[in-house]
Design a binder for this molecule. Structure first.
Ligand SMILES: [Ca+2]
Length: 300
């Protein structure tokens, strides 16, 4: 029936179902032709009965496609099953708010940044700890591009009793021994400010053989505005400062990595932190919250 989906988007599927005899059943959304693989929904549900039952299922689409086929499997039991009122709509953003006597708390439970209007008269707290913008761009994210770097994993895992312990950021990293191959993280700058930029690579035992001269350039409009060369044979499994630099939303910025030796260099993750503080006391007619982030506001 060609149900369209967008990868990473959450949907709510609702329908009514009843049957003359108890039936277990399952619901799935899958590719509309061979190999019929799932697009993110495959759910078995408890038995139906003679009374109409309303069902709502939320799921996240795993692919962008236009040939989704929604299927109901009603088991091998003989009988009649009625299905009605089938609807699939985008799941509303999971934004939660709780008001208190002197303030409110807003939580963004979605997987993307959200700008949220704040009804009522509120202002931010005042505090020095949290940066206004603080996020990590991993080599697994859309902002990362690399030439012929290979995907590798250097990770001792969790819950390991004996060391050495080492971790790449997220699920892996990229590696190259070429001195002509570069890789780039787009920083997605959202406000003009002075930003600190830090790089992560794993403290793997193999690091003793890695490049001791890896150059990180900060690029704005094609020009290098800051540069530093780092020894990746040491100081892994921690954030290493590569620059503190003024950047603008209009011009944006990238970090580009260049390996200066014919030994393995690692491109993993970049930490971006603004000078501006998250809790700056300012009025909050709306707030911008990153994925899975929350804010406490004071009543004015
Ligand atoms: Ca990574």
């Amino acid at each position: 029936m060609n149900v369209p989906t967008v990868k990473g988007t959450a949907y709510d599927l609702s329908f009514k179902i009843r049957s003359d005899a108890p039936h277990g059943f399952s619901v799935g959304l899958q590719k509309g032709s061979a190999d019929w693989h799932s697009y993110g929904l495959s759910r078995s549900l408890s038995s139906t009965g003679p009374t109409w039952q309303s069902v709502m299922l939320s799921f996240e689409a795993t692919e962008t496609a236009t040939d989704g086929r929604l299927g109901f499997n009603v088991s091998s039991t003989t009988g009649t099953v009625w299905i009605d009122d089938v609807k699939m709509v985008p799941h509303p953003a999971d934004i939660f708010r709780r008001d208190f006597d002197n303030g409110t708390v807003i939580l963004n439970a979605t997987n993307s940044a959200q700008t949220i209007p704040v009804t009522g008269s509120y202002r931010r707290l005042i505090g020095a700890q949290a940066p206004r913008y603080q996020y990590i761009i991993d080599d697994a994210d859309a902002g990362f591009t690399a030439g012929t770097w290979s995907s590798v994993t250097y990770d001792s895992g969790l819950n390991v009793a004996l060391g050495p312990w080492f971790h790449d950021w997220g699920k892996g990293c990229h590696q190259s021994s070429s001195t002509t191959d570069t890789a780039t993280w787009d920083l997605g700058i959202r406000a003009d400010d002075i930003y600190t930029l830090d790089a992560w690579w794993p403290a793997a035992p193999d690091a003793t053989n890695w490049s001791s001269a890896v150059r990180y350039d900060v690029i704005v409009n094609g020009s290098v505005v800051a540069t530093t060369t780092i020894d990746q044979t040491r100081n892994g499994d921690q954030w290493n400062r590569i620059a503190s630099v003024a950047l603008t939303k209009a011009a944006g910025a990238q970090v580009r990595i260049t390996n200066l030796q014919s030994k393995p260099a690692i491109a993993d993750a970049i930490l971006v932190q603004s000078t501006a503080r998250y809790n700056d006391g300012s009025d909050a007619p709306s707030v911008e919250l990153d994925a899975k982030d929350a804010i406490i506001l004071l009543k004015k």
